[in-house]
Design a protein around this ligand. Structure first.
Ligand code: HEC
Length: 150
């Protein structure tokens, strides 16, 4: 192999190494925020239906729940010690996540269960029955584990 090619390969490896060090914090924090934004988009479709301001629309609900599910798929890998508040990447996650990981995981499990019930609701009646537990799961977790955005 020529020296030039070796040089390029080494520079590439260094760049990758630096990028993945930054990703250690930025990746999970940005990813969990993107998951939460997708949850917010889901609520923008679901809440007006619950309030009767919009007609029930299964296709629209299927889309936003599928988007949220996809955006949140990496959840389990996003809460490492290196993603606590106070690091270089701004996060609204509270310290309590790491002092009460069992409580946080229970809140996540309640959300997961409620989400599945909403996502698989076959009709409007089932959707209406399943939705309150989902809304409550967002609120319960945010109250304990999220610092509000001012
Ligand atoms: C198990 C805990 C938990 C559950 C359940 C949860 N959230 Fe969150 N949410 C968080 C945390 C923690 C943050 C802050 C993330 C960060 O900044 O790193 C957050 C942030 C957010 C944000 C702000 C995102 C941004 O950066 O702009 C929105 C919007 C949001 N959540 C909506 C929802 C909705 C809607 C639900 C329910 C469908 C929900 N969340 C369920 C913990 C949770």
């Amino acid at each position: 192999m020529s020296k030039v090619i070796l040089g390029v390969l080494t520079a590439g490896a260094l760049t990758l190494g630096l990028a993945s060090a930054a990703m250690a914090q930025e990746g999970p924090i940005k990813a969990r925020q993107a998951c939460m934004k997708a949850n917010g988009e889901m609520m923008k479709v679901a809440v007006p239906i619950i309030k009767g301001e919009q007609p029930y629309d299964k296709a629209a609900l299927d889309k936003v729940t599928a988007d949220a599910e996809a955006a949140c798929a990496g959840w389990a890998g996003w809460w490492g010690e290196d993603t606590k508040p106070g690091g270089p990447v701004e996060t609204w996650a509270k310290e309590e996540i790491w002092t009460d990981m069992a409580g946080f995981e229970a809140a996540g499990a309640a959300y997961g269960q409620a989400f599945t019930a909403v996502k698989t609701a076959p009709d409007e009646a089932a959707f209406r029955a399943a939705f309150p537990a989902l809304g409550k799961s967002c609120q319960d977790c945010h109250e304990k584990f999220r610092r509000p955005k001012e």
